[in-house]
Design a protein around this ligand. Structure first.
Ligand SMILES: C[S@@+](CC[C@H](N)C(=O)[O-])C[C@H]1O[C@@H](n2cnc3c(N)ncnc32)[C@H](O)[C@@H]1O
Length: 184
């Protein structure tokens, strides 16, 4: 893993609606496949705060998290019928090759990303499937989110994704976060 993994004891913070200041449903949904046949993967789903936003628009969301406690919190909140929790490390996905039509990851890239994790993601995605990343930026102030020294930025994310064989379509820095859209 990149840096420390989010503490499940602080999971309530992930359910704070003011988080939409930093990442909206629309910017995640835009590049993703939609409709009943679409299966998408949420890399580091936590309590499902953003998973729940995407679920109504796709056939199935695979909610990947390495911490069983996070899925426990999500169960307590209520998991939509078309969301399947997957408890596994991003470096070893229990999913078949080329079976996932798109992926997204919110505020997790700095925790979960290693070359092995990106290779795994590429393996399970269909050809040209989108991967949308929004995460805290090292160019941010650090007022919210993890310490600045633990964060990546858009350029680093682009380089990691490119090295893993993804084609980066867009990358942007904002005030506190960055967003990258890449294709497998
Ligand atoms: C900061 S939380 C963000 C959760 C969610 N994406 C959100 O925005 O509400 C990061 C989550 O990623 C999970 N995570 C970190 N590293 C991971 C890995 N290598 N594989 C799978 N999940 C991971 C953590 O357990 C945690 O639940």
């Amino acid at each position: 893993m990149g840096f420390h993994t989010f503490d499940p004891e602080r999971a309530d913070r992930l359910e704070d609606a003011t988080r939409f200041r930093f990442c909206s449903r629309e910017e995640l949904l835009g590049p993703l496949p939609r409709g009943p046949d679409a299966t998408v993967l949420d890399v580091g789903s936590g309590t499902g705060f953003y998973t729940d936003e995407i679920a109504p628009f796709v056939g199935r969301v695979l909610a990947l998290d390495v911490q069983r406690e996070m899925h426990g919190k999500y169960h307590t909140k209520g998991i939509p019928a078309n969301v399947s929790p997957v408890t596994a490390n991003a470096e070893s996905l229990p999913l078949a090759d080329g079976t996932v039509g798109g992926a997204f990851s919110t505020m997790t890239f700095h925790e979960s990303t290693t070359p092995d994790a990106l290779a795994e993601l590429k393996r399970v995605l269909t050809a040209s499937a989108p991967f949308v990343v929004v995460d805290w930026s090292g160019d941010g102030s650090g007022e919210s989110g993890p310490p600045v020294e633990e964060r990546f930025d858009a350029e680093r994310a682009r380089d990691l994704l490119t090295d893993a064989g993804f084609t980066v379509e867009t990358d942007e820095e904002r005030s506190e976060t960055f967003r990258v859209v890449a294709r497998a």
